[in-house]
Design a protein around this ligand. Sequence first.
Ligand code: NAP
Length: 229
Amino acid sequence: MGRTALVTGANRGIGLEVCRQLARAGLDVVLGARDPAAGAEAAASLAAEGLRVRPQVLDVASDASVESCAGRLRAEGTEVDVLVNNAGVYPEGTVLSAAWEDFRLAVEVNFLGALRTSRAFVPAMVRKGHGRVVNVSSGYGSFAEGLDGPAAYALSKAALNALTVKLASEVPGDVKVNAACPGWVRTRMGGAGATRGVEKGAETIVWLATLPAGGPSGGFFRDRRRIAW
Ligand code: NAP
């Protein structure tokens, strides 16, 4: 049986391209989107390219939504072998100026979102002794790169990096957990002036999602090279 990948926040931007590349690599892809219409439209656009992609409603900021998505996949007998925590938000502002709501939003989506989906889907990987988790992070979440960028975003991505290290240390066997920085990518988040297209932005994420048994775990990567936390 083929492997199944679940990509969160995949109705546009880097997530949509990750779905395309994983499906081209032969995986069965579940395209997670919080808006059902946007998810259906995005999945249909990839299906029109002849790719095996189907949508699932998934709001990573909601316990109920993550649980019901996991329940629906279980009910249809789908086991997630690859989890790509891609959904993200980018609130502006400094530690002292940003609105409380923006800190809450960044933490709910960028950090707790990945924690929720990990708790929902990683236990089955551990039982099977095989799985791949890729947390789509950012250089803005790296202490070594100065936690540059807006405060709520940087802090939530630093927490996501910590989750990557901690979860990787807890899971046994061939379950690998890594973080990726896609670089500065032309999406709604990255803006039109960004230096990379989505193909390049998705590349390292897809590489980590399809690592062989001998591959790394608990690392942070950009352009397939390890970077400092
Ligand atoms: P994007 O175009 O803004 O797409 C963000 C995606 O996340 C959208 O599909 C959005 O859905 C989804 N999302 C937001 N909140 C969600 C929630 N609660 N539940 C489920 N999905 C949710 O951004 P992108 O550039 O592709 O970013 C993808 C990832 O790469 C993010 O984690 C981001 O932090 C990271 N990243 C991006 C860059 C860059 O330069 N673009 C650089 C470093 C890291 P809706 O359409 O419903 O809003």
